[in-house]
Design a binder for this molecule. Sequence first.
Ligand SMILES: [Zn+2]
Ligand SMILES: [Zn+2]
Length: 227
Amino acid sequence: MHNAILNICSLFNQYCPLCDSPLKDGGGPCAECLEDLPYHHRGCDICALPGVTGTCENCAKQRPSFSRVFAGFTYRFPLPQIIHRVKKGADPEAIHWLAQTLTKRLGAQLPADAALIAVPMHPIDELIRGFNQSQVLAESIAQQLNRPAPLSILQKSRRTEHQAHLNRAQRRANLAHCFEIERSPPKRLILVDDVMTTGTTVERISNLLLKSGAEEVFICTLCRTPD
Ligand SMILES: [Zn+2]
Ligand SMILES: [Zn+2]
């Protein structure tokens, strides 16, 4: 129902959300703005850190538990601004055209037999925001790839401090024991996140999934930060 309303709204959106130029077809950015987006190029073989060939220093020092990160965009202008608007509820449609752009580029590479699952928010934070953007993103990716809906077996059971100003060690401590899993997961999973920074959150959840019976975890993030 929610998606149906968004789809109807998009029919009336006659202007590019990025440059305000009039659109012929409606919905999403114009061709020029789409072409100018900071698409992510592979980077580190494991964590997709930009500007790296092979494996980055961090992954070489301590190999993450997930196999590989698929990233749609590098977290550069205008992505931080778009994500900020999405989180404030000011641009709910953006997540759908971003998901569509991501699946067009990466859909064929995402392992076909892996189940989608989103990084959860604490229920109180989700209530305050009204939605979990990673969940909406995972649902949109599933819909566009004709895949089953994302699993809902993960929970964030403890509220945590905002990660942005914490270093890697502080992030790890901040996220200790805050995720829980309700039942054993399928063997292969794709964990969906909106923005991957140091990867502490996805590493924490990937570890939990693997400990709970999964055999391989991939990460699909809309954006990967450049450092
Ligand atoms: Zn435009
Ligand atoms: Zn790496």
